[in-house]
Design a protein around this ligand. Structure first.
Ligand code: ATP
Ligand code: MG
Ligand code: FE
Length: 335
């Protein structure tokens, strides 16, 4: 069973092919980071244009890597949303064109379902499970009782974790995207600066990172006004410690309350070394299987879309030629 995945929700043009749900036979990602860097963030119009330019090249590269032809493909899975509408449209239209021209079934995938299913490329999923999703646009704890079923038990009320990383990085004059730079700096520093942790109401699995972000910005401003300098590595380490404390504590608490068998880490911030280490330490003594994907499967890619697409295909989900990009697609009502 060969499923192709196509992903264009943000600034990565990606095409992958996976075999039998978990074996990667092609995985091509064309990143646009260099084009967006000078603007300090993703510019939607530029993203769309790059997707148009890259799609055919990335697609052909994936077919070459896999050494397959169209007749070998059982389905095309594509990211329907959420994301930038103009970016999503390029992937959706490419998938529809291939599906129509070669009579290959089309499957619509939620981008966050994709991030979660990146874990299936590492290990078979065992239910019930929880996934901690930490990405550029999302921070949530998702409960799954079976394949294709998603229940969001907690989510961010303001900034996503990745967004907070990127904004703090900008305050420290680090290039976009800032997450990996903060990660690197944090390894060199010590969490010497006292920063807030937003626990919210007792029992809540929601998150909030905007207070923490403002606190970092204020700390930098106050120090510079007094003519003092901040040790950026200590600020990075302090910020990262605050983010990790809340993420890990809430995930461990949810793991116990929901009595899950497995916990999956997902999303771009899952590439963070401090978070990976802290989770491993916290789960070491727990009778729960913690799965952490390799770095290349944490940030946006199409193998994860194909992995989620395989499960949906096997469940019988099919999208029609009327499939449209949906920038605000909801994870819970997707299936
Ligand atoms: P979403 O998946 O919510 O739609 P997105 O696709 O833009 O958003 P991802 O590609 O999943 O987001 O993740 C990108 C984010 O991950 C960026 O904010 C980036 O800074 C962050 N990130 C990547 N590597 C690291 C790292 N090592 N440490 C912290 N953050 C990181
Ligand atoms: Mg990206
Ligand atoms: Fe993503």
């Amino acid at each position: 069973l060969y499923i192709m995945g196509i992903e264009t929700s943000c600034d990565e043009t990606a095409v992958a092919i996976i075999k039998n749900g978990n074996e990667i036979v092609a995985n091509v990602v064309a990143s646009q980071i260099e084009s967006h860097k000078r603007f300090g963030g993703v510019v939607p119009e530029i993203a769309s244009r790059h997707h148009v330019e890259q799609m055919t090249i990335v697609f052909e590269e994936a077919m070459n890597q896999a050494n397959l032809t169209f007749v070998d493909l059982d389905a095309i899975a594509v990211t329907e949303g959420p994301g930038l509408v103009g970016a999503l449209l390029i992937g959706v239209n490419a998938a529809k064109a291939i599906s129509f021209a070669h009579q290959i079934p089309l499957v619509a995938v939620h981008h966050i379902a994709g991030h979660i299913y990146a874990n299936r490329l590492v290990k078979e999923m065992s239910f019930p499970l929880l996934s901690l999703v930490v990405s550029g646009g999302h921070t949530e704890i998702v409960f799954m009782k079976e394949h294709g079923h998603f229940q969001v038990i907690g989510e961010t009320r303001d900034d996503a974790a990745g967004e907070a990383y990127d904004k703090v990085a900008r305050t420290l004059n680090l290039p976009y995207p800032g997450g990996p730079h903060i990660d690197r700096l944090a390894q060199e520093g010590k969490p010497t600066i006292d920063l807030p942790r937003a626990w919210l109401e007792e029992g809540s699995y929601d998150f909030s990172f905007s207070g923490l972000k403002s606190s970092v910005i204020n700390t930098v401003h106050n120090l510079t006004q007094r003519g003092e300098t901040v040790a950026p590595e200590n600020l990075a380490a302090s910020f990262q410690q605050s983010v990790i404390d809340v993420l890990v504590t809430k995930t461990v608490r949810a793991t116990k309350e929901f009595q899950v068998k497995q916990v999956l880490l997902a999303g771009g911030v899952a590439a963070n070394r401090g978070l990976r280490k802290a989770l491993e330490e916290a789960f070491y003594e727990l009778p729960v299987d913690l799965v952490i994907p390799p770095l290349s499967l944490c940030t946006d890619n199409a193998a994860m879309i194909a992995a989620a697409g395989t499960v949906l295909f096997e469940k019988g989900q099919r999208a029609g030629m009327d499939l449209n990009a949906n920038p605000g697609l909801d994870l819970e009502i997707h299936n």
